[in-house]
Design a protein. Structure first.
Length: 288
């Protein structure tokens, strides 16, 4: 990958997604590290990939939310579009939980912070559309960041014609209405559903639906309720289980109306969980 327009000094490859690569680079003008995202040459042959790349660039250029990388430059290199954005020095949510040995309650508190961040982008008029652990970074100070806005939607805009009936997102985190309606079903509450899947996975160590094929998983998401968390994880309180299950309700109207409502309910349940754990730890051990 050549330095883009001679502005950025490419240092190393950070990752590669479905249609783009991301490199760590140095911006000598601003004297800061940046992440440079560039459309892959093979992906540029598909107009839909180009559309999603430019769409992400546009959204990040105007989305001014702390916890979302800001775009600092854009252009073309070798006929392929790229944009530079704030570099987040950290790890994915899953890697952070693993590397720091967080227990499931501490990990759930981290997701509480993620939910508040998701509410901020909703307030700014954007639905992420592909919330999952890989699209949440946690920096070295423990703050969450949302990345990969290629599937995002602007709430005030109707879906583009080329998106009609498309199921966009990551299979395990797609809500039932997106399975039925495609992108047209996307809303704030579909992001709440994805947060519910992430919380279920954190607390249960497994996804709510794990069929043997893509078709089976989509069918389960659309037609079945997830197994109640308190039945899957012995010892989890009914209150915490209810928070998860409401977020995973099949009907959008039965879910929390916002990510902030979800976060508040989660915070309340986690505080009760902490009190319950403290009481259990304080109970005297019966004499043999």
């Amino acid at each position: 990958m050549e330095p883009h327009e001679e502005r950025y000094e490419i240092l190393e490859k950070l990752g590669e997604g479905g249609y783009a690569t991301v490199h760590l680079a140095f911006d000598p003008q601003e004297r800061v590290l940046v992440a440079v995202k560039r459309l892959r040459s093979c992906s540029a042959k598909d107009p839909v990939n180009v559309l999603y790349f430019l769409h992400e660039q546009q959204i990040l250029s105007v989305l001014d939310v702390r916890g979302v990388p800001r775009v600092s430059g854009m252009g073309e290199s070798g006929g392929l579009p790229y944009f530079a954005m704030e570099f987040v020095d950290g790890a994915t949510l899953e890697a952070h939980i693993r590397n720091h040995g967080l227990d499931r309650i501490d990990a759930a508190w981290l997701l509480f912070c993620v939910a508040l961040l998701v509410h901020e982008i909703h307030e700014a008029g954007v639905v992420h559309g592909d919330l999952k652990p890989d699209n949440v970074l946690v920096d070295t100070a423990g703050n969450p960041w949302l990345v990969d806005f290629g599937a995002a939607s602007v709430l005030s805009e109707a879906p583009r014609p080329e998106e009609d009936d498309l199921i966009v997102g990551t299979l395990a985190y797609i809500s039932p209405e997106i399975v039925r309606e495609g992108v047209r079903g996307r809303s704030v509450r579909s992001d709440v559903y994805a947060l519910g899947v992430m919380l279920y996975d954190i607390l249960a160590g497994r996804l709510p639906f794990d069929g043997d094929s893509q078709t089976q998983i989509l069918e389960e998401i659309e037609t079945r309720d997830a197994p109640p968390l308190h039945e899957v994880v012995p010892g989890i309180s009914r209150a915490l289980s209810l928070v998860v299950m409401r977020a995973l309700a099949r009907r959008p109207a039965d879910r929390y109306p916002s990510a902030r409502h979800f976060a508040r309910a989660l915070g309340t349940a986690l505080k009760r969980e902490g009190v319950r754990a403290a009481r259990s730890a304080a109970e005297p051990i019966a004499a043999a």
